[in-house]
Design a protein around this ligand. Structure first.
Ligand SMILES: Cc1cc2nc3c(=O)[nH]c(=O)nc-3n(C[C@H](O)[C@H](O)[C@H](O)COP(=O)(O)O)c2cc1C
Length: 185
């Protein structure tokens, strides 16, 4: 399975990094990874990870400015796209078909080719514009999965919360990940 993973400049780039770490455990998954300019900035602001460490987790690494990259074409076979975290800017660009960078173009392609697209928008509070963009994309079949921690699984720390979110994201792609503690009565 070929998946594009986009990490945008919303708070919570660590979610994207953890997702790449988890996907390393799936032998059949090949990751195509794109970071936006502000994802690079937030990686430095919010985490201790270097760009090189994140790049090492990717099977294929792309420059977000490279609109001629293989994954920018609908003819390149991709099984799904995950944007985690997704900024309001990237959300808006995708909702309005404004493909001025590879990450948005890949989402645009997923929409036109009717492929699985999972977006994890992160902002609070949400304006009516943000909500309208989410609704528009949700109606087009996009899985809208904001990083919202659950408490029914008794998370012990941030990593527990992050892995629970990753489990929910991967469920959408039919990938079973049990590192997120499902609800059990
Ligand atoms: C530390 C930091 C945290 C940010 N958090 C958010 C956020 O949670 N949600 C959001 O929509 N934008 C957030 N932004 C703003 C985006 O990075 C900015 O809108 C950027 O243009 C997004 O571009 P991109 O979607 O290409 O990454 C944050 C910026 C910084 C520097």
């Amino acid at each position: 399975m070929d998946l594009v993973i986009g990490i945008s400049g919303a708070s919570g780039v660590i979610y994207g990094v953890r997702l790449l770490e988890v996907l390393k455990q799936f032998e059949d998954v090949k990751t195509h990874v794109i970071l936006s300019e502000y994802a690079y900035k937030n990686l430095a602001i919010e985490t201790d990870y270097t760009v090189e460490q994140v790049e090492a987790l990717a099977d294929v690494w792309y420059d977000n400015h490279d609109l001629a990259a293989s994954v920018s074409s609908g003819s390149f076979p991709i099984d799904g796209v995950i944007i985690l975290p997704c900024s309001m800017k990237t959300l808006s660009s995708v909702a309005n078909g404004y493909s001025d960078c590879l990450m948005v173009r890949v989402c645009d392609v997923a929409l036109k080719e009717q492929r699985k697209l999972v977006m994890c928008p992160r902002e609070t509070p949400l304006s009516a514009i943000h909500l309208e963009n989410m609704l528009k994309l949700s109606r087009l079949g996009v899985s809208m999965i904001p990083p919202m921690p659950a408490f029914y699984n008794h998370p012990k720390d941030l990593d527990d919360m992050i892995h629970h979110h990753i489990m929910k994201v991967l469920d959408q792609l039919g990938l079973s990940y049990e590192g997120g503690k499902r609800w059990k009565k």
